[in-house]
Design a protein around this ligand. Structure first.
Ligand code: GUN
Length: 291
């Protein structure tokens, strides 16, 4: 058996062109969506994500306000910049790329963003809305995974979804989304404290690897025919590459191909969907959907 490889890039492209049409309609109505993108320091992965996000915004016809700050920026300075962006009516959304340098309290920064401009969906108000099923910004990666499952025709009603990883950005919000009535999966949330991880993953109809550990999911941990979604983006040193590294997921991809029914590759799987959902959230912000 060889798994069907889900082309996240192609699905994301389709969504991005739909969004571009919506953006041009919004512009005709006199509103021009603008996202402030804040990068603190020069973490190479963050620089590459931010570059990709800005390129996607431009291609969708949306503006970005780039704010690149030194790694020495104080927490007070950053909070002050966010306060200014909250007041600026020409800015519809605010994104602070994570992680932040260790001298800055990430949760304090996230809480300083106006909830109606929080396109990442990380603010406690949006996290709370997701918990109780009210409309609000949904974090881009979990949101993208739900769209990927739907677009790929993966049945979710009554399916057992096993998530490996309990981060605020992926694992926890994804558990809430998959358990919603419209998706209706039975969710198991595994993490570093889980004993006998394989006993859980092997019963998954949908397995989501979001642990940030290269190759943690081996072929023997996958139920034959399962849908496997790999959220891991791990940089592995590789001298044969010009960049000096290659990207690999949390799943042993080659081995998993023989067992899974469906699988996302790394890169070009979940990553492009995250960006497409950021565009969708920015459009919501410009429309004032969650005010
Ligand atoms: N770092 C890793 N993923 C994300 C994301 O989705 N948003 C932000 N702001 N930072 C991240």
């Amino acid at each position: 058996m060889s798994a069907r490889i889900i082309d996240g890039f192609a699905i994301a492209q389709k969504i991005r062109s739909e969004i571009a049409l919506e953006v041009s309609a919004l512009k005709k109505d006199g509103s021009s969506p603008c996202l402030a993108v804040i990068l603190v320091g020069e973490n190479p992965a963050s620089v590459s994500y931010v570059t990709a996000k800005k390129k996607a915004l431009a291609e969708a016809g949306m503006a970005d306000k780039s704010i690149d700050l030194s790694s020495e920026t104080s927490e007070a300075e950053l909070l002050n910049i966010i306060a200014g962006l909250n007041r600026d009516t020409s800015v519809h959304g605010i994104l602070v790329q994570l992680p932040l340098p260790s001298h800055i309290d990430e949760q304090k920064v996230i809480a300083a963003i106006a909830p109606e401009k929080d396109v990442d969906g990380f603010h406690p108000v949006n996290a709370g809305k997701l918990l109780i099923g009210r409309p609000g910004f949904v974090p881009c990666t979990p949101y993208g995974i739900t769209v990927l499952l739907k677009e790929s025709g993966v049945p979710t009603d009554g399916a057992h979804a096993v998530i490996v990883g309990r981060s605020n950005i992926v694992g926890k919000p994804l558990a809430l989304l998959l358990a919603r009535k419209d998706i209706n999966a039975t969710v198991t949330l595994c993490h570093t404290g889980t004993k006998n991880l394989a006993s859980f993953t092997r019963s998954a109809d949908i397995l989501i690897a979001a642990a940030g550990r290269p190759g943690i999911i081996g072929a023997d941990m996958i139920k034959p025919g399962a849908a496997v979604i790999d959220v891991g983006v791990n940089r592995i040193p590789d001298n044969t590459k010009k960049s000096g590294f290659r990207l690999t997921g949390d799943v042993d991809f080659q081995a998993a191909l023989d067992v899974a029914g469906l699988i996302t590759p790394v890169p070009k799987g979940v990553g492009p969907m995250t960006i497409a959902m950021l565009l969708r959230n920015t459009l919501h912000a410009a429309r004032g959907s969650f005010k």
